[in-house]
Design a protein around this ligand. Sequence first.
Ligand code: CAA
Length: 379
Amino acid sequence: MDFELTESMTMLRDAARTFADKRLKAGAPEWDEAEAIPDEVYKEAAELGFFGLSVPEEFGGLGVDALAYAAAMEELARGSASLQVCVTVHNSLAAAAIAKHGTGEQKKKYLPKMASGEWIGAYSLSEPGSGTDAASLTTTAEDKGDHWLVNGAKAWVTNGGFASVFLVFVSTNKAAGSRGISCLLVDKGAPGFSVGKKEKKMGLRASDTRELAFVSAKIPKSALLGAVGGGFKIAMSQLDSGRVGIAAQAVGIAQAAFEEAVAYAKERRQFGKRLAEFQLTQAKLADMATNIEAARLLVWRAADLLGRGVKCTKEASMAKSFASRIANKACFDAVQIHGGNGFVREFPVERYYRDARVTEIYEGTTEIQSLIVAREVLG
Ligand code: CAA
């Protein structure tokens, strides 16, 4: 693997870096308090092309390489993890799935509007009773000849409050288990489909996370993505790329915490010296820097395979597991270096600490990543 980004990859990474430094970093504390990101910020992200990263050029997107995507995702997360999760779920779990599995009609209908950011995508696998055990989902879709009749409830849906298209995983044949799961493209406003309450979260507070309800919802037959019974494989294979986006998010949060810790350690004086002069502080900073570098390399390794169309289930899980754990540790240490100041909202490390927590939970817990890696290495 070549670790040098090409000129176009560097340009994309730098555009994300500039947006993060000039816009996201300054706004993030206020958006965290308000538990929402202003519409104009989504518009600016759309104008910069971030909602079209995974959409092929023929449908108006940028169709960027997975490595460039990962580098850009890290930078966005360094600025605002809440904005980044909106962008990465839209791209890697929703738009990329439609680009890969959609019919010509579905691609024409959704992709140009998703590329421009006019329509935001969401991915809905989890339910109140099924998270880690994703295949045990109970939302049903009955074939009624001219439509699907959908009943059930979904949980933890990122972008739920403003998405226009939802990839909803449903059971079309209970007896067939994971092979009886199908994927439907559900449009906002479909009859019988409603978006529920916004979750009040510990971290990523400015991202929009919702429940969904389907009460005898009538969804057109044309909404099927892929084959009947092929939904679980779509869900799992998209999570391979989704996990690269979340691993990049973890690296971005860790990097942000590290930068704050370095700046604070150089400034703050105790016992007549700057914190940076104490070896116990230096050891923490050295570990953070090393772990971030190692995590970034794992993310790039998985992204490189993904970009070349090579199966990367194991590498994506390794990257997600390692990056999310080191992000939590980096944020813990950044708060520790800040002392009491790290415990209050005036200092961004307090938010990074809260934002990092979910990276070990969503898109598969750390325990599930271990299970996936163990299955792969044991054969
Ligand atoms: N790619 C393609 N196919 C895959 C696959 C992959 N990565 N992983 C599994 N499959 C296929 C298997 O080959 C198998 O196919 P066959 O029936 O043809 O043999 C089928 O899927 C079932 O696989 P398993 O037997 O491995 O399934 P399982 O029930 O044991 O579950 C699991 C495996 C790894 C535990 C899975 O359930 C899992 O990943 N759980 C975590 C769920 C998760 O990550 N949820 C995230 C929610 S989304 C979210 O957080 C988004 C957000 O908004 C931020």
